[in-house]
Write a new protein. Structure first.
Length: 417
């Protein structure tokens, strides 16, 4: 946060305003260039092409049950006795499945097999009794029951998944189903990660009594990778303006720069001063949130290139939360998709909580309680440096700036991360 010479604090944007600003900015960004990748490496990346059906889905009227294909009119009154004229298994050749049902006929059929000509329903095997070539149907069915019509899911040539969708296991399944061992995705945006602070040392070194190991670069690298980016760890910057400037210059060569530490009000919080020497445009410097109040968002233009940047407060939980609240939206956009809304939900509070007003607070919490009554409980924590509490959390309780108390049993908003 920019240190001001007098004691008057500048008015900071609310959480909602800061988030909106980042989302609007993200919408102006262009994605990285597309590349082809193996389907096995595509999860987490964003589609740079539409995935189209190479034929009708399903390609034939498909039975969804093991049972008997029937003419529905023949089983309108039950029990009904039908003559079994053949068997169709999944993967039957066209010759094997070339059965036509006449009135009073049925055919034994398996899940995933093509429904024969003349049939317009499948009675599940549990509702039938077989006696030689005769089958007694015990249950009437509606037309089309237990059949997915040819092309009902997608017509040949139709877009099944649109460009700009992040690939997850279901998208992988669709790509596989349309015969695409390779697909076009946007290259992972390169995200430079710069940690600052004289007290912070590399994790393979033995810390002195007042030193701490660099956990932020690693937590951010994991978050960046999960968000579809390629993390690039820079050396740790000391609290020294020329050295900091040198590393910032390096970081600005990436698609996004994440800086952690050095953005608070302290005498040695030098990041913003150093950014000023690059003529950075700063969109906000601080937001009314906790943890993460000193968060900085801006960009540096240099010739044709423009590098968005975030200064994330150095406290480990602040770094994690501000990455999720803000930086991830920019990564979404550079990866080729619209910034995704944050995953807010509501859950029942397990115990009372009280909070200070004035800031939107994101408090580490655990959502539990199962199917009937999901409950969320605040975790005890020692503030935004408490990695243990963060590691036990599976969500954050969001406390609005005007609420001082919540009682057990009340619905609260949670942020799933
Ligand atoms: P700062 O934002 O630089 O004022 O740092 C706030 C707190 O976060 C201090 O206690 C720092 O020691 C700690 N901190 C800063 N950077 C890191 C890091 N890379 N890993 C772990 N803790 C850090
Ligand atoms: Mg520091």
């Amino acid at each position: 946060m920019l240190a001001t010479s007098n004691a008057v604090r500048p008015k900071l944007p609310s959480f909602g305003d800061a988030r909106r600003l980042v989302e609007e900015y993200a919408l102006t960004l262009s994605p990285t260039r597309p590349e082809m990748v193996s389907l096995l490496e595509a999860a987490g990346l964003v589609l740079a092409e539409d995935l189209r059906a190479d034929r009708d889905f399903p390609p034939f009227p498909r039975s969804t049950r093991d049972g008997f294909a029937v003419r529905v009119a023949d089983v309108s009154t039950v029990p009904a006795e039908l003559r079994c004229v053949g068997e169709i298994k999944a993967g039957a050749t066209p010759e094997q499945s070339a059965i036509t049902l006449a009135a009073g006929d049925c055919a034994e059929i398996m899940t995933g097999a093509p429904v024969p000509e003349g049939a317009d329903g499948v009675v599940m095997v549990e509702c039938t009794q077989r006696r030689g070539d005769t089958v007694v149907i015990q249950r009437a069915i509606a037309a089309g029951e237990n059949i997915v019509a040819m092309g009902a899911e997608a017509r040949g040539g139709a877009v099944m998944v649109a460009r700009g969708t992040r690939v997850n296991h279901t998208i992988v399944a669709i790509a596989a189903a349309v015969g695409r061992p390779e697909i076009a995705v946007y290259r992972r945006p390169r995200v430079a990660i710069l940690t600052t602070g004289d007290e912070v040392i590399d994790i393979n070194l033995c810390p002195g009594p007042n030193e701490i190991r660099n956990s932020n670069s690693y937590s951010l690298a994991a978050e960046v990778h999960a968000a579809g980016g390629e993390p690039l760890l820079l050396p740790i910057a000391p609290d020294d303006p020329p050295e900091l400037a040198l590393l910032l210059r390096k970081g600005l060569e990436a698609d996004v720069l994440l800086i952690t530490g050095g953005v608070s009000m302290g005498k040695y919080d030098l990041v913003e001063q150093a950014l000023a020497s690059f003529e950075a445009s700063i969109f906000f410097t601080g937001a009314e949130i906790q943890p993460g109040r000193p968060v900085v968002f801006g960009e540096v233009k240099s010739g044709e290139r423009c590098t968005p940047l975030f200064g994330l407060p150095g406290n480990p939980v602040s770094t994690m939360v501000t990455f999720q609240l803000f930086a991830r939206a920019v990564l979404d956009a550079l990866s080729g998709m619209r910034p995704q809304p944050l995953a807010f939900a509501q859950a029942m509070l397990k115990s009372d909580i009280s909070s200070r007003t004035g800031l939107t607070r994101f408090l580490p919490a655990r959502l539990e309680g199962g199917l009937e009554r999901p409950e969320v409980e605040l975790l005890r924590w020692q503030g935004s440096g408490d990695l243990m509490a963060a590691s036990r959390a599976n969500c954050y309780i969001v406390v609005p700036p005007d609420r001082e108390r919540f009682s057990a049993g009340e619905a609260v908003t949670i942020l799933l991360v």
